[in-house]
Design a protein around this ligand. Structure first.
Ligand code: GLN
Length: 196
């Protein structure tokens, strides 16, 4: 199995480690590609778009000719997980900050995000989240996190923090407003691998 992590900016190395942990737990022989250019996307079974700075990542996805190929992979059914900034980029609608910074979203999931929604209140926090599909709560790390303001169409919520949606799925696409790679718990990386 060959997983890829978009490696242009942000919290990418931690996802590589988490993927290897998930491979081990599931007893899968797998490799992880560091995606920096168009060719690195070839033959991937799944892809992670990490957290970081969504405006910067979106610009680099365009500059390195990755955005359209990622859209094509999504349409082909390749499982893709976007975390934090990656969650912002997967969505179809942003907020005024996304508009003001002219961030070009990948526009793949039927959801609207509010960028830095939690960041304004508390820069960073960890909480125990109930996630659909997991038996035990997940230790979720939020860092200047977006929230998923609404979902429609084929997108459905998988986790909430209070009333706020913080994880959603649409077919082969998973969006998480938190950082699953930072808590040493690989169950959500396993969830992505099981979607293959
Ligand atoms: N606030 C960042 C953004 O929207 C995301 C933060 C993160 O990925 N940890 O670009």
């Amino acid at each position: 199995m060959r997983a890829g992590v978009v490696f242009v900016q942000g919290a990418a190395p931690e996802h590589v480690q988490a993927l290897h942990g998930a491979f081990d737990t599931l007893g899968i022989k797998g490799t992880v590609a560091q995606v920096r250019k168009r060719k690195d996307l070839d033959d991937l079974d799944c892809l992670i778009i990490p957290g970081g700075e969504s405006t910067t990542i979106s610009k680099l996805l365009l500059r390195f000719d990755l955005a359209d190929e990622i859209r094509r992979m999504a349409a082909d059914g390749v499982p893709i997980m976007g975390t934090c900034a990656g969650c912002v980029l997967l969505s179809k609608q942003g907020d005024e900050q996304v508009a003001r910074t002219q961030t070009e979203l990948l526009g793949l999931m039927d959801m609207q995000v509010d960028r830095n929604a939690f960041g304004r209140q508390r820069e960073s926090f960890e909480t125990s989240l109930r996630v659909e599909g997991l038996n035990e709560p997940f230790p979720a790390v939020f860092i200047r996190a977006p929230l998923i303001k609404k979902v429609w169409g084929g997108c459905r919520p998988l986790a909430k923090h209070g009333d706020d949606i913080v994880m959603a799925r649409q077919e082969n696409l998973l969006a998480l407003s938190f950082h699953p790679e930072l808590s040493g718990d690989t169950r959500l990386h396993q969830m992505l691998l099981k979607m293959i």
